[in-house]
Design a protein around this ligand. Sequence first.
Ligand code: AHR
Length: 495
Amino acid sequence: LLAQNKLILKTDSTGIKINKEIYGHFSEHLGTCIYEGIYVGENSDIPNINGYRTDVVEALKALKIPVLRWPGGCFADTYHWKDGIGPKEDRPSIVNVFWGGVTEDNSFGTHEFLDFCELIGTEPYLSINVGSGTVEEAIDWVEYVTSSNESPMTELRKKNGREDPWDVKFWGIGNENWGCGGDMRSEYYADVFRNFSSYIRGNGFQKVICGPSADDLEWTENILEVIKDKLNLAQGLSMHYYTLPTANWEGSKGSSIDFDEDMWFATIRNTMYVEDYIRSHLAVMDKYDPDGDIKLIVDEWGTWYDKLEGTKEGFLQQQNTLRDALVAGINLNIFNNHADRISMANIAQIVNVLQSVIMTRGAQMVKTPTYYVFQMYNVHQDAELIPIELKSENYDYNGEHIPAITASASHKNGMTNITITNSNPNQSLPVDLLLGKAYKNVRGNIINAKAITDYNDFGKDEKVVMTDYSIGKVKNGELHVTMPAHSVVLIQLEE
Ligand code: AHR
């Protein structure tokens, strides 16, 4: 009997690359993401390399992070980069007005961030202060960071210990300027973008327009209308979409740890909306940019729940359970399948904030379920997308239905890699894979746990990890796979 769930690989070459930057991350001066999470300073008791936590550096290196966005978020449009360079004892303190009103000493600035990127082998993506900064400040930052000219800014950089410029290609021109980045109207921001972008120059720069949140098509439309005669000022348009289990930002967003099937279903359903939003923004972009030169960059995504009990207001600290693993797997499958137009995505945020891949407490560190999903999906980085046709049965809950299965596939170095999620928490589901040809070897991995609320806790055995998963053999170009309830699976086929 053939299963209801069918995945057909369209193996004809498409030439569409899944940009490795789709597996990007985001770091902000927020809560304990930078201070404590990444940077503890050289004098800390916590083992560190030039002030960066050794455990976190090792874990992030192993994850092969392609790109890291910094310094925000809302923080970016309050940040004056010159406060964060030079001898640390001379750097002024600043108050982080958006996130908890904490005072920070600016000991983590431009050098510390860019050196960190070099240390973990990732490309930096800098977000320019457009909300409260000036064009002059932005020009100086670009000169300071990327130039090899003889100039006051490069002299200053050398005086601060860095002879050669860094290689920074990705530049965000503002963040959420419709909200925390200056409460601008779209037409106004679009002109500000034109102004900033015309001065942000450099070889191979990719400049990113502050785009919409979720389904705000009007913002996308209005911006593109204003810049349509100058499209080459932009290479990307950002989009932010956070997954809340609830319908509103106001009030409780539900617990990150203590939830039942109600909240599980709502979270999965809401995260799947991202595909509609992607399609509708791309449709608007196609109108103004039919050649698709401006790419969609989902530079903030992930789950957002109530803060953990006992944590500070504005620190956005939550737990990361098997539910988050499913969310990550589903989103990454969706981004892969739109790799022709999505060139980058950055999960929020890398350490200790929202849907992080790593959490720290004092000297302790854990890898979250989301970490393992990124590790599993790494096979897709810079691989060629294999388009799929997917037929999935529904996951029904309380009269609502969503597809239970999501998937994506790619090809690299003689291997075909397929990632599949089953969000049904009660039922294991058979899936028929129609591969179109024979394969020599098949192997698999799975991320799963006993309970949907399982997570990895400090000082305890990990409950949610990636393990081997044995898969049958390919017969007549077909493979039959069982997707256990609430699981994420990788299948690797060797030609
Ligand atoms: O990631 C947390 C915040 O969410 C970011 O600072 C902001 O851009 C978004 O609203």
